[in-house]
Design a protein around this ligand. Sequence first.
Ligand SMILES: Cc1cc2nc3c(=O)[nH]c(=O)nc-3n(C[C@H](O)[C@H](O)[C@H](O)COP(=O)(O)OP(=O)(O)OC[C@H]3O[C@@H](n4cnc5c(N)ncnc54)[C@H](O)[C@@H]3O)c2cc1C
Length: 423
Amino acid sequence: MLFDETNNGRGCSSLPAKNGGDARDTCHASMDNDCVVVGASFAGLACATALARAGLRVTVLEKKADAGEKLHTTGIIVKDAIDQIAMLDRLPAEVVRRVGGVRLYAPNLRHVDLAAPGYYFLTTDTPEVMRWLASRTEEAGARISYHALFRGAQRLQSGFDLGEFGTTRFLVGADGPSSAVAKAFGLGKSRRFLFGLEHEYSGVELPDSDKLHCFIDRHLAPGYIGWLVPSPGGAQVGLARRVHHRQRPAVKAMVEFLDKVAPIVDLRGLQPASVRAGMIPCGGVVRPVAARRVLLTGDAAGMVSPVTAGGIHNALKHGLAAGHAIADYLSGRREDPSTWFVGSYPRFRVKRLLRFLFDRFQSDVLFNLLLHTGAVRTAASIVYFHHKGVFDPQTQPTERTAIRLELNGRAGDAGPGSAGGGA
Ligand SMILES: Cc1cc2nc3c(=O)[nH]c(=O)nc-3n(C[C@H](O)[C@H](O)[C@H](O)COP(=O)(O)OP(=O)(O)OC[C@H]3O[C@@H](n4cnc5c(N)ncnc54)[C@H](O)[C@@H]3O)c2cc1C
């Protein structure tokens, strides 16, 4: 879609901002929306909720019929997200399951158990979590349009013309790793990916079901891991692997993985209730990640931890922060967030280095030999439990209060990367 910086009749004229920043609108009311957010998943719903709570007119465009359909995520939420993101308060107990630790398996299936005091993960009935988040967003005052496929936008003087979806002063791309918003505005796109494939089985109870079972295996899951996860309604089994043209197909690797984990739980004769699959960006934040009045967030921005491949925490946290930043701009309090806000996006410098090393030097022989050593246990604990692997539970409430991202808070309250950078 072509840029058009001219006023074509639907746009508004602008005045220079007093602070030398972006131009300020003179006729907001003629725009249908203050902000259109593309994508009704974690990042988009968080962003839209913050905008609606600020009293702005926000519409979420979602191509699917329902926020809970055709998901591509295991849906594990880390404790840091629960602690910091008020939007997750009152998550219904029946859609989550608390899991206390990790059992990490070497390629030869010897294992170590890892835990950190007070730390836990929530596995989820993810479709229901998405529907619940969508209803919170609507309660906040945002409108969600389903069956609404964003294809492009025409730039106006003070916003955008989205054709059948009307006009808007600001546009957010929360539309995942193949972002159509990024494409429409020539923004950056992720180039390094893992591919994840997962089966969900209803009514299956895993042995040692208070643990996430994680499997290192360079042949089946190069660049990442395989997993067995107890979920609210059964179990999820999956693997994610570096995208590489010469590797065995993921479906074949999944068959071999089911054979491998059969001594722990034999799922081979069972029909999965659902299959989830998708690309996981693992190369860090894309560049450029914003343009005038356009911002990418969540997977569209590449905000997934290059090490753990977790993106839900970052999507929620930075989605909310983006909503606050855009609200400040549209209310005339700050400049366009495309200039200042994107500086708060995580850089993942250390995690990108770890990914580089893991991609090149992952060795089954070494993991078989070293899994039980203190060095590997410590490194794995840091990966799974972040810096909080060694926290003192007594001090945590104060810390939590300080960094909690309240819906009426400000982006800067949390500080860039203050929350462990996601799963
Ligand atoms: C197999 C797998 C397992 C994973 N497991 C975990 C996990 O356990 N924990 C974790 O933290 N992370 C996990 N991740 C990563 C996590 O799922 C993502 O980081 C997270 O979903 C990102 O959320 P998002 O809102 O940015 O984008 P997405 O969840 O990708 O949502 C994008 C939304 O935009 C919509 N959309 C796309 N294009 C358009 C368009 N043109 N018009 C309108 N709507 C559009 C889509 O339908 C979708 O609803 C996993 C990923 C995969 C692939």
